[in-house]
Ligand binder design. Structure first.
Ligand code: MN
Ligand code: MN
Length: 290
């Protein structure tokens, strides 16, 4: 098990560093997302979720759609968030690329918060205390942590089901402990400090088999249930072309799949994110996505 966790982490860091360099003005988001997902497979892993490329006030959950023409622009602040699984064991990591060069401090705030919280973990670690460290570091830069986004404990094939790691202080008895695989992801903003739901971001998850009349949609649901029973998938992964969108929409309507909305800063603030996955053993904390 630990070998699989370490391997997922190694693939995730390698692909993150390679993909980071591709994010330049004029480059298509689709090109980077395809690279990330193909490279993960090439290195012996599977994408744990679609490559997220979220820009400026979008904090998370945008992935390019089929034939997406969107390009990075000169003043974009880009969150690249990717996940790798090896036999269900997940590594989740993110980095912010500031193409504008005007938000260096904002980027540093989330990176620094991530570093500080990892360096100060004492096992068992109270998750409210983790939130306190993140909040303090981000505020010391004059920014706000995003209070309604959080890190998460992961189980095999399960991304967000365990304990949440808050990005602000909270009073709680919950802890993380030996054996936990934990994604820590501070978000910083010059806005309000909360996100709200935006339009769908082309990321979905399977909910349940439902009676579907349209044959094309029925076949699509069978494929989804078989290939992505547990983890999120991209519209791109199941549509051959845009015409198949009708089938996908009928699955949404039938409550057979769930569509994730993009998460936007409540007052349109610019958002930065940094994320690592750690694995806690008896005697040490391993940052598997370093
Ligand atoms: Mn992530
Ligand atoms: Mn995460």
């Amino acid at each position: 098990m630990i070998e699989k966790i370490i391997k997922a982490g190694e693939i995730a860091s390698k692909v993150r560093e390679e993909a980071k360099k591709m994010i330049k003005p004029g480059v298509k988001l689709l090109e980077v997302a395809n690279f990330v997902e193909n490279r993960i497979k090439e290195l012996g892993g599977e994408p744990a979720f679609p490559c997220n490329l979220s820009i400026n006030d979008v904090a998370a959950h945008y992935t390019p759609k089929v034939n997406d023409e969107l390009e990075f622009k000169e003043d974009d602040v880009v969150k690249l968030d990717l996940g790798v699984h090896v036999d269900g064991y997940i590594a989740d990591t993110a980095v912010t690329v500031d193409l504008s060069n005007s938000y260096k401090d904002l980027v540093k705030a989330s990176e620094d918060a991530l570093r500080e919280v990892i360096n100060n973990i004492e096992i068992p670690m109270n998750i409210g205390e983790m939130g306190r460290i993140i909040e303090e570091v981000i505020k010391s830069y004059g920014y706000k942590p995003i209070a309604n986004l959080s890190g998460h404990v992961m189980y095999r094939y399960e991304l967000h089901t365990g304990v949440s790691i808050p990005n602000v202080y909270e009073k709680t008895n919950k802890t993380i402990d030996v054996g936990d695989l934990v994604a820590i992801e501070p978000f910083a903003t010059n806005g309000f400090g909360m996100v709200k739901d935006g339009p769908l971001g082309n990321i979905y998850k399977f909910l349940a088999k439902r009676p579907i009349r349209l044959l094309k949609a029925k076949k699509m649901l069978d494929e989804i249930a078989k290939k992505y029973p547990f983890l999120p998938f991209a519209e791109r992964w199941v549509l051959k072309d845009e015409k198949d969108k009708i089938a996908l929409n009928s699955l949404l309507k039938a409550n057979a799949i769930y569509g994730y909305p993009v998460l936007k800063e409540r007052e349109g603030g610019i958002v930065s994110q940094a994320e690592h996955t750690i694995y806690i053993t008896e005697n040490k904390i391993i940052v598997i996505t370093k």
